[in-house]
Design a protein around this ligand. Structure first.
Ligand code: ZN
Length: 327
């Protein structure tokens, strides 16, 4: 490459981006199909083999409410780990924490919506009631997992960039929740665009506000591509120093408040963007694409991922076999 044409590269120490795969939690929870535990374990093992180090495997929610994830314990404990694998799960309440400590879980994602209305719909409690419960959830998790290892606490602020019932969310409402997590001992705060309402400008404003209020707390972004600007939001997050992103294989998932909408930002598309922008992820893109195709077969429906169709940039075609159209 001609150095004078090279894009400015991020500083070496700053080039690693942690991608957390959330498809088996955020995606499968709204799919009508219930996938058998053994199939989920196979997919997650393939993700690990592709180099994905951090996976939000499932959610400890009521099996009655979300039958798709009723096999949480079986899935977590059936996974074949690599040395640095970090298995996460959503732990929305004390009952969930009681289940989590009986597994080999590495990290618990606590959740509270910045919108009171959304929180009531999601957790059947007010924001204040949810925050009042955080210390007891963290205390239960502090007992460690079944392998007698500590369980990391991640605090997710849902609807941080907007709520489908309340609209715009005040920065102070996000900060109140983020502070409660940090005071309780969370090692990361995740700002979640639960229903895909964030714009690049929203990302910049909120990341700066949270960073100013909680300097030193690692931040992550959980983005959905509901309105087509998911990866634009990633770019702004990168500019603002964010190095942790959630994404789902094939862009699995949807939005209960927007019929036909796309789901989380897509893992392979995110990997493609990051690699092409000079970042390292430790993930093999071709292997991640293969996982997306496997997931598609399993669900029996077309996923929205784009790199899984087009392939990496330099997957070249035989000029003799591809017809071209003028223009
Ligand atoms: Zn989500």
């Amino acid at each position: 490459m001609n150095p004078s044409n090279a894009e400015p590269q991020p500083h070496h120490d700053d080039r690693f981006v942690e991608v957390t795969e959330v498809g088996t939690r955020d995606g499968l929870q709204i799919e009508p199909v219930v996938i058998p535990a053994a199939r989920k374990i196979g997919l997650i093992n393939d993700m690990i083999a592709a180099g994905i180090g951090s996976i939000e495997v499932t959610s400890f929610v009521s099996p009655k409410a979300v039958p798709q994830l009723a096999d949480a314990e079986e899935v977590i404990d059936g996974i074949t780990r690599a040395p640095h694998t970090r298995l996460l799960a959503l732990v929305p309440n004390l009952r969930a924490a009681e289940r989590a400590v009986e597994t080999s879980l590495d990290g618990a994602v606590l959740v509270c919506s910045a919108s009171n209305t959304h929180n009531r719909k999601n957790l059947n409690r007010s924001v204040d009631e949810t925050l009042a419960g955080v210390p007891s959830v963290v205390a239960r998790l502090a007992e460690g997992n079944r392998r007698e290892r500590r369980i990391d606490v991640i605090g997710a602020v849902a609807t941080a960039f907007g709520c489908p019932f309340e609209g715009d969310i005040a920065v102070d409402d996000v900060l109140k929740i983020a502070r409660a997590y940090v005071e309780a001992g969370a090692s990361q705060v995740t700002l979640s665009d639960t229903t895909g309402m964030a714009t690049p400008a929203n990302i910049r404003t909120l990341v700066r506000a949270v960073r100013a209020a909680l300097p030193g707390t690692p931040l992550a972004l959980h983005l959905h591509n509901t309105r087509g600007v998911g990866l634009a939001n990633v770019l702004v997050g990168l500019e603002e120093g964010i190095r942790r992103f959630d994404s789902s294989v094939g862009g699995l998932g949807g939005c209960p408040f927007a019929a036909g909408a796309t789901g989380n930002i897509c893992t392979e598309d995110l990997l493609f963007l990051l690699e092409g922008s000079g970042y390292e992820t430790g993930v093999d893109l071709e292997a991640a694409i293969a996982v997306a195709h496997k997931m598609e077969k399993l669900l029996g429906k077309r996923l929205v991922g784009q790199v899984m169709r087009a392939g990496p940039r330099l997957r070249l075609h035989d000029a003799g076999t591809v017809a071209t159209a003028a223009g």
